[in-house]
Design a protein around this ligand. Structure first.
Ligand code: BGC
Length: 900
């Protein structure tokens, strides 16, 4: 009987838990799902809450962290609505351990959830002294013409049972590692690209499943990658002449003892089938040279060379914080083309970045050459001139004797087409697959409309991002460049953060920015592989302030802002040092790169903007963002100091670049856009300046003329000053220069230039004509933020307080956007049917939304069929400039109204 009461009580309590309105899901540690390899002392936890009910939020939480069965942190019940980035505050973490954590929360109805499922994180090496391994290099003299990929191996036997095995690996160059014939992990191009001399990331893998009870072998293959070989324009071997490996496998036996397998003098080295590999030029593989079985135990390596021990610094090593590059979408050929020149070409239908996998059977020694191109020229031939000196070619020499599969290991290409030479036998399309490669960042955003051209534009923006988010944000993925151009990344960062979760991707790169700053000045490319004096170009170097602020805004990542604060401040100081009378009017600047400029400019129609005017605007903006960061951080003195500086910068701008009547010395769209967007003009001059901007646009027949720096803000400025109709006209403009011109010309990615392909199908100069350059894709931010109206407020960053304010335009029947935030999915959708306007809105649990309905009469709005006054979750704030403003808690809402 006693037992029965107990069971009944248990069931009742269980029942009560089960009916709590909240489900806890998507547990993240340092923004990743169950990460292996964290070297942060106090990692942060994020959990997401879901509920079918409306107006649900968290009022308290309790986090428990355990190492094995032992509790190492119990937060206790914390009265707080924080569910994102809650920092660990328990006993100091130990290296190489797997911690589990759980959370339970209390909601605003007073109910508590059961403990969530357990998530885990595994620590990396928290002390340099944890590294027992030594750097090793090939023990033979490398052929320094082709430099075949070195292979390095070691056999080891284990006498005791294995509980777990963890591999810590990095390289100078790139590595691909195997244990007992099986590849370790599914990351590519590891260890990725950082400012190697100062920061080198290592990866951590759970390899327990790959280890055998007795005899084992580890084999690692190296490639040049970014480390040595050709990179940038003139430079070879930027980081060093020799590539090297560092690897440590920590084995824990079931009896609790530990054993390390480390790179040391006992390893052997040789070369294999990869005869040559370079990022720009591609790979040459001679399968006849394959050392079959070299990654397995029992392979006879008696003719291999002992490795050399190298002394490389260990204090630059860091556990990887960003998502590694992985293989993603696979494309089958859509078309075979026999070109007028007689070339055999395959079209994959999408400009993408990655590799081609090829199946082939033939004789030993048969040689196939695959060349990669983004476009076919006017005559219909394969076109590679725009790759400049990048050879972009893979060569495969067959071993013979059955089907062989080729794919390169240490290179990648930007392409839509491949040209195939030397394929033995019948060329079957099914033997070719294009595989897209990019950082394994999760897609978060979705944007669709009733207009297919705009949908294609969004597709192109997303593919521009996929192609250029390959461990670092690059300008382009195909020609002899592929560098971390700061300006390009800066202009695209906010758009990028809608499409995918780029929190850790940028957090890692921002640290390289800081590492490569010289006296605060920021290089044009990061990691800096140019002349170290190539510093501080306006709009490029401002990456140091703009991206940290954007990441803080969209992910609520205060720690990132904190970590970048010195870098931000040092950058502003580097300008202040050279500014004369508060004017930044010296040094080299790229200016409004690739602005509109007609071929034969007799009339002076080229949209040239004074570069120092631009510099002054960015000087102000960076100072402004520094002030905001100082305010968030509570650095009052800094905030006061830079506020004074900012007003002087603006005064200097007015004196130097604005006439008393409010005309700018450059009459371009970019000049007005920057001046207005960054509030360079006093309030009383803004209206007329925006009218001048509109007149300028009209004078070009409703076309934009902006380059890299003006483009991201153009439509925002127009919207802000009441010209959203003009912004829509620019968006929908189909003739050059416009966003839709490339779409109409068949683009599947964003082009570097507004007219990469001209109307007569000829190309812009091959000197600079990338067909996969995300910068102009920065319009994506306006599409999500203004057309769909999906934004975050600064008083609740990271979409804790959501703003939904769509700008409706009748050129569209519907616009729909969604965004997976740390809190959950937000969506904003509108649809026009005659004079009926429907808006569907989704606000995640533990957030609030301020929603603007674009009508003036509150009475005319129905939510879920009811008058607003009858919906208790909605608070009517009032109406303002053509909108009714509502506030609400979480939930799905449908608003129907009649247009005014
Ligand atoms: C790159 C750009 C970059 C620019 C500097 C180009 O070669 O591809 O995107 O920002 O140089 O202006």
């Amino acid at each position: 009987m006693k037992n029965a009461v107990f069971i009944l009580l248990f069931l009742l309590t269980g029942f009560q838990f089960a009916t709590a309105h909240i489900k806890i899901q998507n547990l993240l540690t340092e923004n990743r799902v169950n990460p292996v390899g964290i070297d942060i002392a106090n990692p942060r936890f994020t959990w997401q809450l879901a509920s079918e009910k409306r107006n649900v939020c968290q009022t308290a939480y309790e986090v428990t962290v355990k190492l094995n069965k032992n509790v190492v942190w119990e937060s206790g019940k914390v009265q707080s609505d924080q569910s994102v980035h809650v920092a660990y505050a328990g006993v100091p973490l130990k290296s190489g351990e797997k911690y589990t954590w759980q959370v339970r929360v209390w909601d605003n109805s007073g109910k508590v959830t059961p403990m969530s499922e357990a998530a885990f994180f595994q620590t990396a090496f928290l002390n340099v002294s944890d590294w027992k391994a030594r750097w090793i290099e090939p023990g033979y003299n490398e052929d320094d013409r082709l430099r075949p990929s070195p292979l390095m191996r070691k056999q080891f036997s284990l006498s005791k049972k294995v509980l777990s095995a963890t591999a810590y690996i990095t390289a100078h160059g790139l590595y691909e590692a195997f244990i007992n014939g099986q590849r370790i992990g599914d990351a590519w191009l590891t260890p990725g690209w950082t400012s190697y001399k100062k920061r080198l990331q290592y990866q951590v893998y759970d390899v327990t499943a790959l280890i055998k009870p007795d005899n084992n072998a580890i084999g690692v293959m190296l490639g040049n990658g970014w480390y040595r070989g050709v990179l940038g324009y003139l430079n070879t071997n930027i980081y060093g002449n020799d590539i090297a490996l560092l690897c440590q496998i920590e084995i824990v036996h079931t009896d609790g003892t530990k054993e390390n397998i480390i790179t040391d003098e006992s390893w052997t080295s040789s070369t294999g089938s990869i005869c040559y590999s370079e990022i720009y030029n591609g790979e040459i593989t001679d399968a006849r040279l394959d050392k079959t079985g070299w990654t397995s135990a029992g392979y006879n390596d008696s003719d291999w060379y002992r490795v050399k021990i190298a002394a490389h610094p260990m204090n630059v090593l860091l556990a990887t914080i960003n998502e590694p590059v992985k293989k993603h979408e696979r494309f089958k050929p859509v078309k075979f083309i026999k070109t007028p020149k007689g070339e055999q070409v395959i079209d994959f239908g999408q400009n993408l970045v990655g590799v081609v996998q090829m199946k082939v059977s033939g004789k030993s020694g048969d040689k196939i050459v695959l060349s990669y191109a983004e476009v076919i020229d006017k005559e219909g031939n394969f076109y590679t001139n725009n790759l400049r000196t990048a050879k972009a070619q893979d060569t495969y020499i067959l071993k013979g004797g059955g089907e062989e599969i080729f794919e390169p290991h240490f290179t990648w290409h930007g392409f839509r087409y491949i040209k195939i030479e030397g394929y033995p036998g019948e060329l079957k399309l099914e033997n070719f697959t294009a595989v897209a490669m990019y950082s394994d960042i999760k897609p978060t955003g979705c944007f669709t409309t009733s207009n297919n051209l705009i949908n294609q534009l969004q597709h192109n923006i997303q593919w521009g991002q996929k192609g250029n988010f390959l461990d670092v944000p690059t300008d382009c993925p195909q020609r002899d460049e592929r560098l971390g151009w700061t300006g390009d990344a800066q202009v695209f960062s906010r758009t990028a953060a809608y499409n995918m979760n780029v929190n850790n991707f940028f957090a890692k790169w921002l640290k390289d920015i800081e590492a490569d700053q010289i006296d605060g000045a920021v290089p044009y490319v990061v990691p800096n592989v140019r002349d170290p004096r190539d510093l501080n170009s306006a709009g490029w170097s401002d990456v140091a302030t703009i991206i940290p602020w954007n990441m803080y805004l969209v992910y609520g990542d205060k720690r990132l802002l904190e970590l970048q604060y010195n870098s931000m401040k040092a950058y502003v100081e580097s300008i202040r040092r050279v500014a004369k009378n508060d004017l930044w009017n010296s040094g080299f600047h790229y200016g409004d790169w690739l602005f509109y400029s007609p071929d034969d400019d007799k009339d002076g129609r080229a949209a040239v903007t004074n570069k120092y005017l631009i510099a002054q605007c960015f000087y102000a903006q960076s100072t402004f963002l520094l002030i905001k960061a100082a305010e968030v951080m509570g650095f009052k003195e800094d905030a006061t100091f830079y506020r004074m500086l900012l007003s002087k910068i603006k005064e200097a701008f007015m004196d130097e670049y604005v006439t008393p009547n409010g005309s700018l010395v450059s009459g371009t769209q970019t000049a007005y856009v920057l001046a207005l967007n960054f509030d360079m003009l006093p309030k009383e001059l803004r209206e007329q300046a925006s009218a001048r901007l509109v007149n300028n646009i009209k004078s070009y027949g409703n076309h934009l003329t902006t380059g890299f720096l003006g483009t991201p803000y153009l439509c925002h400025v127009l919207t802000r000053f009441g010209y959203s109709d003009i912004a829509y006209q620019l968006l929908l403009q189909e003739t050059y220069p416009s966003w839709l011109y490339p779409v109409k010309m068949g683009a599947t990615t964003i082009w570097e230039r507004w007219d990469g392909v001209k109307l007569d199908s000829t190309f812009q100069t091959s000197e600079m004509n990338s067909f996969n350059h995300y910068a102009y894709g920065a319009i994506g931010d306006w599409m999500y933020r203004t057309m769909a109206g999906l934004d975050t407020y600064e008083d609740g960053v990271g979409y804790k307080h959501i703003k939904i304010k769509p700008y409706i335009n009748e050129a569209f029947k519907s616009v729909s956007a969604s965004l997976n935030t740390y809190y959950g999915k937000i969506s904003s959708q509108w649809e026009i049917d005659g004079d009926k306007l429907t808006m569907n809105v989704e606000i995640p649990v533990n957030t609030t939304g301020t929603v603007f309905i674009p009508v003036t009469k509150i009475e005319g709005i129905l939510e879920g069929g009811k008058a607003l006054s009858g919906v208790k979750e909605i608070h009517i704030v009032g109406s303002e400039s053509g909108y009714v403003i509502l506030e609400m808690g979480s939930g799905r809402y449908q608003f129907v109204s009649r247009k005014d």
